[in-house]
Design a protein around this ligand. Structure first.
Ligand code: SF4
Ligand code: SF4
Length: 140
């Protein structure tokens, strides 16, 4: 994913616990993908229970000492199967189903904070702190 204006390149965060969950089955992506409009999300967690593939993740609020305050959620678009449960369950109607090819743009427009997808530079910082070389540098 990238923002064409400032070329911010986002990558999957390999250290997020969601990466330990089963990947989506099938070669083709689903027709529809759910995206959370985070500015309207209250963090109520209602949507999480109804997701059959457990692909909705909590995004902690800004204060690390009180992470549930102003928390939101995000959807792992790599794992969503497009069942629409969450968009129907959300009491605040803040989850929208998008055609797969439109979902990345929608995600970029509607996501305020993500832990599933992070800037490339942030990943490199995490890897450096953990003493892990990026794959491209390991193979150099
Ligand atoms: S559309 Fe279905 S699979 Fe996708 S996040 Fe919502 S509940 Fe989960
Ligand atoms: S149900 Fe709606 S408001 Fe509640 S956490 Fe999910 S997306 Fe946010």
């Amino acid at each position: 994913m990238s923002d064409s204006d400032n070329r911010l390149v986002l990558v999957e965060n390999p250290f997020h616990s969601a990466r330990l969950k089963p990947i989506r089955k099938g070669k083709k992506p689903p027709k529809l993908i759910a995206v959370v409009h985070q500015s309207g999300c209250t963090g109520c967690e209602v949507c999480i229970a109804g997701c059959p593939v457990d692909s909705i993740e909590i995004v902690p609020g800004p204060n690390p000492e009180n992470p549930t305050f102003q928390q939101t959620v995000e959807i792992d678009i790599a794992r969503c199967i497009g069942c629409q449960n969450c968009s129907q369950d959300c009491p605040w109607e803040t989850i929208t189903m998008y055609e797969h090819e439109d979902s990345y743009t929608a995600w970029g427009n509607e996501t305020l904070k993500s832990e599933l997808y992070i800037p490339q530079e942030q990943l490199e910082t995490i890897q450096a702190e953990a003493g892990i070389l990026p794959e491209s540098k390991e193979n150099a």
